[in-house]
Design a protein. Structure first.
Length: 341
């Protein structure tokens, strides 16, 4: 198959019998061009399948584009693609387009990906920070590109951020388990050092402390190695003589691992389970979760970006989106004694 070259602005001008400047004006300030000329230019553009390039036009002017960048983690994580869908819907409603890039949740990929996107003179950059330091974006911010941190605040960078009520969500979940009589409550997360997990772990510990339990280290399994299966962490915890009667998992990946381990151990509903993050089959499996609306989070992040573009000098904003508990059965189990004689 022979690939045909795309028509240029000059090709349209020749076919329409006008200057290139007139063609450009038709696609930028149509009201300044005579209606019959507009019709002739648009007809020529349609015949040639010509598409104007707003990115190139804005780059020539030295200004930003209507394109907003979003840097996220793994494509196969439902949280990320639902978040991206919420961002895209809100941006599209306001005439902006979205370009998405992924880091695979690795710190080393973040700056490289950000660099590539910012070369397009973005109107704004939204990102889920992975690296320990986002100061490399400070210069870009001074050049007028707003940066919005989602799910985790940026570090060493003045930037708006929007996160979940991580602490409150796990505090409430732990409190409900305590109210049902559980005192040995495990917490499992991987990775453990990211902001979201630090806040969730703090909520877990604060709830236990409110009930007089100040040392939960024996029931915590905290890892920072995504190659390590969550199943191993959970199996190790449940193998203890004083194994927890309830466990809280820090994200949907760990929750699924917990379900596999409980099945393999023939737990038969003895161990209560509450997971952070809802997932597609959680309702079918009867899994109690700390939930939130990722689409609403994405829309709110996009709104924050649009508002920041309109008011670059305004005060930095730090927003939290609500979480709530969805009770489906696994988190409502009363404790069964598991200590062996």
């Amino acid at each position: 198959m022979t690939v045909q070259q795309r028509a240029t602005l000059e090709d349209v001008a020749r076919l329409a019998g006008v200057s290139s400047k007139t063609v450009s004006r038709v696609f930028t300030h149509r009201d300044l061009v005579a209606p019959e000329t507009v019709e002739r230019v648009l007809g020529a553009a349609k015949r040639l399948r010509f598409r104007p390039n707003p990115l190139a036009r804005n780059l020539r002017r030295g200004g930003p584009t209507n394109t907003i960048g979003f840097i996220m983690g793994e494509l196969n994580n439902p949280f990320y693609y639902k978040l991206a869908a919420g961002i895209e819907r809100e941006l599209s409603a306001h005439g902006f387009s979205l370009v998405v890039a992924t880091t695979d949740d690795t710190a080393e990929g973040e700056e490289r990906v950000a660099d590539a996107l910012l070369g397009q003179r973005l109107g704004a950059l939204l990102l889920i920070p992975v690296a320990d330091d986002q100061s490399y974006l400070e210069g870009e911010r001074h050049l007028g590109t707003p940066v919005i941190a989602i799910d985790r605040p940026a570090r060493n960078l003045v930037a708006d951020s929007i996160v979940l009520e991580n602490h409150r969500g796990v505090f409430d979940a732990t409190t409900r388990l305590l109210e049902r009589g559980h005192r040995r409550i495990g917490y499992i997360c991987n990775p453990a050092s990211v902001y979201t997990q630090v806040e969730r772990l703090r909520g877990y510990r604060d709830a236990l402390a409110a009930y007089g339990i100040h040392d939960s280290s024996a029931w915590e399994r905290l890892a920072d190695d995504l190659s390590r299966p969550a199943d191993d962490l959970i199996a190790d915890l449940l193998d203890r003589d004083d194994a927890p009667t309830a466990i809280i998992t820090g994200n949907n990946r760990v929750t699924i691992g917990a379900l596999r381990v409980l099945r393999d151990l023939h737990d038969d509903g003895r161990t209560a389970l509450v997971g952070f993050d809802d997932f597609d089959t959680a309702d079918v499996l009867g899994v109690t979760v700390v939930s939130y609306d990722p689409l609403a989070l994405g829309k709110a992040a996009a709104t924050l970006a649009i508002e920041r573009m309109q008011d670059p000098a305004g005060f930095t904003r730090q927003l939290e989106m609500p979480t709530w508990i969805v009770e489906r059965g696994t988190g409502e189990r009363i404790p069964a004694e598991r200590t062996t004689a």
